[in-house]
Design a protein around this ligand. Sequence first.
Ligand code: AMP
Length: 442
Amino acid sequence: MTFSEFGLLPEILRAVSDKGYDTPTPIQSRSIPAVLAGQDVLAGAQTGTGKTAGFVLPILQRLNGGPASRPPRALVLTPTRELAAQIADSARAYGKYLRLRTAVVFGGVGINPQIDTLRRGCDILVATPGRLLDLAGQGVLDLRAVETFVLDEADRMLDMGFIHDIKRVLKLLPPTRQNLMFSATYSEDIRALAARFLRDPQLIEVAPRNATADRVEQWAYKVVKDHKRHLLVHLVTANGWEQLLVFTRTKHGANRLAEHLLRSGIEAAAIHGNKSQSARVKALEDFKRGRITALVATEVAARGLDIKELPMVVNYELPNVPEDYVHRIGRTARAGHAGQAVSLVAQDEAPLLKDIERLLRRPIRVEPLPDFPVAAAGPLERERPLRHTGGQSSDRSPSDENPRSGGLRGRQAPGHRRGGSRGPQSRRGHGGNSGHGRMPHR
Ligand code: AMP
């Protein structure tokens, strides 16, 4: 498909060609015709998909040749000033051969120049909610001529607590208008918001950026930080995992974990930048040949590791950057093989998990903790193994009070390979308590 097939104005096509685009992105192919036709749209798309042109190009087309008085006829609401500025820049670039004016208003800078700008008039207004409401409250902004309203990054708006501002903005708009909503994720709150103001929207969903992530079976355990190493030992031994790449955040953490695994009878080695090249090569070789069960690596050390048919990736700690998660799990499920990725998530990592889910545009299933042995806290831990059975032990450390930790004796972890079970699908009926209130949109 080419841009000329949309029936866009020659001026718009010229601007698109100036930008160097020749093929519309998937979101553009679906949203441009819908917006041109005047439909409401609910689109699942994140930044980087080309969504901005997906709504800006048809809006420019619809606004072209309007009245000269110029109260804004398109309003784009965004969560941050950076995004607002970026969208305004795009609108100006795509509309540079048209006689349309784009203005942008956001907080954190002086309001008076923005008042002057609004007085001069604009066709498209890009705004963050707080400043928009300020300006409307001061009587310098009339939104009653808005024909198309765009709510961009709606999920981020809600995360940032803008729901009430959004509702107030909606009240300032005329009842009859076109509405477009973009969101990278679909929570219940997003659905409720969509139901509030979209009329019979066209649903547009584009493929996630990294298709690999889709082929990897992923789940997580919420676990007390101090118990992670014990849970990992349990998972490896109970499920007979034979080859796993384990990611830790620090070199020190990688060393400590490898030592713990060794003490627990699991062949393991750590690779990271402090190890000599020859030690790293040897560890990798041992791992590939099956002499080592667990290779514990930091992000950097794992880059460039070429391990074919790696069945299992363990995120012992979640990465700070969600894209790193995709890279990590992309090491499994290669060349058409199914792969599995399990994440051990401590309480303070919950926001990182949320970021990852946002990037993947779907939730990661949280499985109940299996029953696993936990050593007592402190230096003597190796001498005092305790059974972690929730209420059955009279000698538990305080951190064992985690109510999620016990009472599940006998459960098999997902990914259990004995007895023919490949993974959690086989036990979904009693497993998948995602607990995130987040549903992938289908
Ligand atoms: P967005 O998701 O709207 O932030 O766009 C992401 C990037 O893709 C921006 O740098 C756009 O300039 C670029 N872009 C948008 N549409 C296309 C296209 N059809 N072909 C190539 N690049 C594009």
